[in-house]
Design a protein around this ligand. Structure first.
Ligand code: M6R
Length: 611
């Protein structure tokens, strides 16, 4: 969950590291630090957000140099304090190390080092690795070999970067179950947790595989595996530009990313629909026609996208689909076979729970497909196939544009499988394809209600609890809306299937209780509209304040709703993509009205790379 940057080249390292850390701060923001080699190795590190480190570097500058590493932390072992911030020093301050992940056997390794007389200054697991690399460096006088000796003894997940004053111009990195990519420059090279770390300087990148060690100098990149064998890393071109990873004048990354929801859908479809047929680069749906079961695995918002996808895949491709939280899937010995397709959904492509579930699924013989937003990420590389969502970099911790892109990608998958297995009604599929192509323009009109939703959020700044109801594909939208309210506005929010109301949740309704209701279209083929309107009447009769997200002109809702946020007329599978946007805006504006940090909510990190 931490962000890592490494640099060797002619530029001043400080600027490169701070710029990279700024774009990686979404990964963790409770402390930050840098280590730079000039005449000697110098470090600065501070608890708090990156700005605190920037201020420290102004108040207490270090000598800039051409080799450096930087870290932004999301605390696991040890409180977010100055001493626990990375880099960690060893070898009398000549070696600096940064770490993302958890070293599970650190206690035993620490005991060994303490017995040898090593003194620890922090409470972190990471400091163990620093002292171990220093010990091996003394033995080998080679930083790469020292790293190789150390990783052989570590259990858990880690990305490590290390520099040593006696090896200026060299940064060595290693990774296991934690991300690290290489940026290739001319006369300079970079390492980063993801490409955002160096996108300002280069779009040429290399993906480092599992259990590999990379050594960069300004002119050279070498990669070996943990056994010391030479490895040729996979090249890729970064398609994001630096402006995509910056705020671009918006008040927050989240505001910018919500505004990009139409583009996220458009870019995820782009080039993938030809004459009404879905064709996804590198993905051959005919290879899946013998699949008899699909399990979608994901966490958080990605799991709710998966739940929307389930309704679509089952209806169009006529294959049973389950949706499971990755962390539950892996530990319950699920029944799967070589005809089971595991579809993982992950914005970051690094979520540890999902990564481990994918690995487990492969081990037990399932086929694996990744829906992912991040090039060079681990989950797609551990999967048999990948469908990239093209939402662009998502920096705000709360996932928004990635959600609509994930739903879009799942729809493309559903249509592609249905077209390949011939089970779907071709007219229905053709209509869905047309509707998907029209969705970005419809999303633009939903965004026009932003100011009104902001006003609503301001009125409701003191609200303590919010309920959300939805049915069919509206149900996952209720869950997604509730998650956003919890993580951003820190209020209790609960999403329910509207049909479940009378089975218990209606007891929560008392006068003044705010309830958002996602209302299906009056034209919906299953007549769910009437049932949801009846739910609205039931809660209204008990004094609830109803905010309906309903189709433009839905007269049946008006008499019973305190507020109606209209969405354009659309087919039932497009509605969830439209209805989620007002909820994203509302959660953001409610948090802003309460004076909370919209992009970096408390206790959370964007990418959860520990279990
Ligand atoms: O990177 P991923 O899509 O795998 O992340 C999954 C969840 O951690 C993520 O969606 C999380 O729930 C968001 N903070 C929700 O806004």
């Amino acid at each position: 969950m931490c962000g890592i940057v490494g640099y060797v080249g002619p530029r001043g390292s400080q600027e490169v590291l701070l710029g990279g850390l700024g774009r990686l701060e979404y990964r963790g923001y409770d402390s930050a630090g840098v280590a730079i080699i000039s005449a000697n190795l110098q470090t600065r590190k501070r608890s708090g957000k990156l700005q605190t480190l920037r201020d420290e570097l102004v108040a207490n500058p270090l000598d800039d140099g051409h080799t450096g590493i930087g870290h932004t932390r999301w605390a696991t072992h040890g409180a977010p304090t100055d001493v626990n911030a990375h880099p960690h020093l060893a070898d009398g301050g000549k070696l600096a190390l940064i770490h993302n992940g958890i070293i599970e056997n650190f206690a035993e390794l620490k005991a060994e080092l303490v017995a040898e007389g090593t003194e620890f200054t922090s409470e972190t697991d990471s400091e163990v690795a620093a002292h171990m690399v220093a010990r091996e460096y003394h033995r080998t006088s080679n930083l790469t070999e020292a790293m190789r000796a150390v990783v052989a003894r570590l259990d858990g997940a880690f990305t490590l970067l290390v520099v040593h004053e006696d090896s200026p111009g060299v940064v060595v990195g290693a990774r296991r179950n934690s991300p690290l990519v290489i940026g290739l420059g001319k006369g300079e090279n970079f390492l980063g947790s993801d490409v955002a770390a160096f996108v300002e300087y280069t779009s040429d990148a290399l993906a480092i595989g599992q259990d590999q060690i990379v050594t960069i100098t300004k002119d050279d990149v070498t990669v070996i595996d943990f056994d010391g064998n030479s490895v040729t890393p996979e090249p890729f071109t970064v398609t994001w530009d630096v402006s995509a990873a910056d705020k671009g004048g918006w008040s927050s990354f989240m505001a910018k990313e919500i505004s990009e929801e139409p583009a996220a859908v458009a870019d995820t479809i782009r080039g993938r629909i030809k004459n009404g047929e879905v064709q996804i680069e590198g993905f051959e749906p005919s290879a899946l026609i013998d699949v008899d079961r699909i399990i979608i695995i994901a966490c958080g918002t990605a799991a709710y996208a998966g739940l929307v996808g389930k309704y679509a895949l089952e209806q169009w491709a006529r294959i049973p689909v389950d949706v499971e939280l990755s962390h539950e899937f892996r530990y319950r010995e699920p029944v799967i076979s070589d005809r089971t397709l595991i579809v993982s959904v992950s914005q970051s492509g690094e979520t540890m729970d999902t990564l481990m579930a994918v690995k487990y699924a492969r081990e037990v013989g399932a086929r694996t497909l990744s829906i992912c937003n991040t090039q060079g990420a681990t989950i797609p590389r551990e999967s048999d196939a990948v469908i990239y969502t093209h939402a662009g970099p998502e920096v705000a911790v709360a996932s928004t544009k990635a959600f609509v892109a994930q739903v879009t990608a799942l729809y493309l998958l559903g249509i592609a499988i249905a077209q390949a297995n011939g089970k779907g009604d071709s007219k229905v599929l053709a209509a869905v394809v047309r509707d998907l192509e029209a969705t970005p323009a419809m999303l633009e009109t939903v965004l026009l209600h932003g100011e009104r939703i902001k006003t609503l959020a301001k009125w409701m700044a003191d609200t303590q609890a919010i309920l959300l109801l939805g049915r069919h594909v509206g149900y996952p939208i209720a869950l997604e809306g509730a998650l956003k309210l919890k993580e951003l506005a820190y209020i209790h929010a609960e999403g329910f299937a509207a049909g479940e109301l009378k089975h218990g949740p209606i007891a929560l309704i008392e006068p003044g209780q705010v309830v958002f209701v996602i209302v299906p279209s009056p034209r919906d083929p299953h007549s769910l509209h009437a049932k949801v309107v009846s739910n609205i009447q039931e809660i209204r009769a008990r004094g609830a304040r109803v905010i309906a997200i309903a189709e433009q002109g839905d007269a049946a809702v008006l008499p019973y709703a305190d507020e109606v946020i209209p969405i354009p007329l659309a087919s039932s599978f497009i509605e969830p993509i439209l209805a989620v946007v007002p909820l994203h805006i509302f959660a953001m504006e409610l948090a802003a009205a309460k004076g909370l940090d919209v992009d970096q909510p408390r206790n959370l990190a964007k990418s959860v790379t520990v279990e």
